[in-house]
Ligand binder design. Structure first.
Ligand code: NAX
Length: 328
């Protein structure tokens, strides 16, 4: 039997945590043959709720689940951690300025980054889900100088999945016929969902769609504003779909992308496509043998260039703001 993989989930008592933990414990994150140990990190007042979720996990009798530890101490939560899903974050409340939001999240992600640096396993992989995800990932990464920078990633897979379905609905294709879709930039309203390199059943997606107005006025904004539309409809923010995307992100990173296709992940830029080095920005990536690589050599037209640049400019502003706050 294989040694269990230690999976840390922060914000475990929240709504994404509730949708996520059962999928991890059932084997969907890493594979049906990989035993897992869960470490749940919560703030002290939410420990009791996390214990309730752990009781339900027990009651599922998942064969792969080899233990659950619940704590409010990041050093304990990340001890020996192989995979860390950083979900808990400080949401923006009424009247909160962006600087206040970044500072409040710095107070969460800086100590968590340090705890990862000091305690996690050598093969640690980090996915930041809590918003502002890209910049929270940057803060955690900066606090973990002994961990290779590329292990810190942020989630744009939900945007990627949303874009797949919107494109499938428009064209009558099935989502599995669509390949090489890309989300670029920040997980925010400035994100850019790019179909210029995508194919649908092997044909150019741009040609199949053949409707630039739909692209600019419906597709791109619908994907970018989907989070708000879910809140409006459901009275609560995306939870099960966010958990699903987190599972997809880690599963793909560990197990690889299919031949001829790629996915979207926010990762530290190496300067590709004019994205300043170090910014955690979404790119088209392939994954193999547990490592990701940015897809190179794509032709970026003017339409895409302007949109990528706008989202990357927002990321640079966020980085400058957290730098001036002393968070990185
Ligand atoms: P909830 O408010 O339901 O849960 C958050 C949990 O985090 C709470 O239980 C809270 O006690 C805990 N928490 C707060 N500070 C903590 C700390 N320092 N250490 C450990 N736990 C802490 O939010 P939920 O709906 O689960 O969303 C979580 C985060 O995901 C939010 O920041 C949200 O904006 C973000 N999202 C990101 C998405 C993405 O695509 N990247 C999409 C979905 C989601 O909106």
């Amino acid at each position: 039997t294989r040694t269990p993989v230690n999976v840390t989930v922060t914000g475990a008592a929240g709504q994404i945590g509730y949708a996520l933990l059962f999928r991890i414990a059932s084997g969907q994150l890493l594979g049906a043959d990989v035993p897992v140990k869960l470490r749940l990190l919560e703030i002290t007042p939410a420990l009791k709720a996390a214990e309730g979720t752990a009781m339900e996990l027990d009651d599922c009798a998942f064969p792969l689940l080899q233990g659950i530890e619940i704590t409010d101490d990041p050093n304990v939560a990340f001890d020996g951690s192989n995979v860390a899903l950083l979900v808990g974050a400080r949401p923006r409340t009424k009247g909160m300025e962006r600087g206040d939001l970044l500072e409040a999240n710095g107070g969460i992600f800086k100590p968590q980054g340090k705890a990862i640096n000091d305690n996690a396993a050598d093969d640690i992989r980090v996915l930041v889900v809590g918003n502002p995800a890209n910049t929270n990932a940057l803060i955690a990464q900066a606090a973990a100088p002994d961990v290779p920078a590329e292990r810190f990633t942020a989630m744009t897979r939900l945007d990627h999945n949303r874009a797949l379905t919107q494109l499938a609905k428009k064209t009558g294709a099935s989502v599995s016929d669509i390949k090489r879709l890309t989300i670029w930039g920040n997980h925010s309203a400035t994100q850019y969902s790019d179909i210029h390199h995508a194919t649908i059943g092997g044909k150019s997606a741009v040609e199949v769609v053949d409707d630039e107005k739909w692209l600019t006025e419906e597709f791109i904004p619908t994907v970018a504003k989907r989070g708000a539309a879910i809140i409006e409809a459901r009275g609560a923010s995306s939870a099960a779909s966010a958990a699903n995307a987190a599972v997809d992100h880690i599963h793909t990173w560990v197990n690889g992308t299919e031949e001829g296709n790629w996915t979207s992940m926010a990762i530290p830029s190496d300067g590709s496509y004019g994205v300043p080095e170090g910014l955690i920005s979404s790119f088209p990536v392939t994954c193999k043998d547990g490592k990701y690589e940015i897809v190179q050599g794509l032709d970026i037209n003017e339409f895409s260039r302007a949109r990528i640049d706008a989202s990357v400019a927002e990321l640079a502003e966020e980085r400058d703001a957290v730098r001036s706050l002393g968070l990185i």
